[in-house]
Design a protein around this ligand. Structure first.
Ligand SMILES: [Zn+2]
Length: 201
């Protein structure tokens, strides 16, 4: 499962997982604010009820008395247990920052034939990278053959097949392959390539 997840940097919508930020913004913070306002209201009422200037002493006495009031042990224990459990559960929840589903084509569409050559690649942040040419017969990685003006060849050292590439250099050819991969991803043709690969193997 972890294998199929990647950081949110790619900007793809989260489709699963718990949105911790929304939980904090819409639930935790309003409750905290409500509690704070309630406390302020209590303090305000207490201040209004004090006629003399000695309200500070009185306030400390009140707080002191309240702190000395014993709580039943089971209340203390269950409150502590509840708080710890909530913290543990909250921390275990997957955060939307880490849990973003990888699109299907990034898992399945990893090779295709262009210029009669088999190309294999990986994805990084949703972009195909490391487009590498292979001999479609021997599954051997091709090496650089003759260079001409505006074109070059790739050669299989195993079967001596030579493949003509009408681009000035390897980088230009790789960019061309990337554009064709991108197009197939956009128009859905990549599924045909995946089906063809499944038939081969
Ligand atoms: Zn070959």
């Amino acid at each position: 499962m972890r294998k199929y997840l990647r950081p949110r940097s790619a900007g793809i919508e989260n489709r699963m997982g718990f949105d911790k930020k929304a939980f904090r913004d819409k639930f935790l913070y309003p409750i905290a604010v409500a509690i704070a306002i309630g406390m302020l209201a209590l303090v305000w009422r207490f201040l209004l009820s004090q006629s003399s200037k000695e309200w500070i002493v009185s306030a400390f006495t009140h707080v002191g008395l309240w702190l000395q009031t014993p709580l039943p042990l089971w209340v203390t224990l269950s409150a502590a247990l509840l708080v710890s459990l909530s913290i543990v559960v909250y921390r275990k929840l997957p955060s939307t920052a880490a849990i973003v589903e990888v699109p299907e084509h990034e898992r399945k569409y990893l090779e295709d034939d262009f210029f009669d050559i088999r190309w294999r690649w990986k994805y990084q942040d949703g972009e195909p990278i490391n487009m590498t040419p292979y001999c479609p017969i021997e599954q051997m990685q091709l090496s650089r053959g003759h260079a001409m003006t505006g074109s070059f060849t790739l050669v299989c050292e195993k079967c001596n097949n030579s493949y003509f590439i009408q681009y000035p250099d390897a980088l230009a050819a790789q960019y061309a392959v990337r554009r064709m991969i991108d197009q197939k991803i956009r128009n859905g043709e990549w599924r045909e390539a995946v089906a063809a690969k499944a038939e081969r193997t």
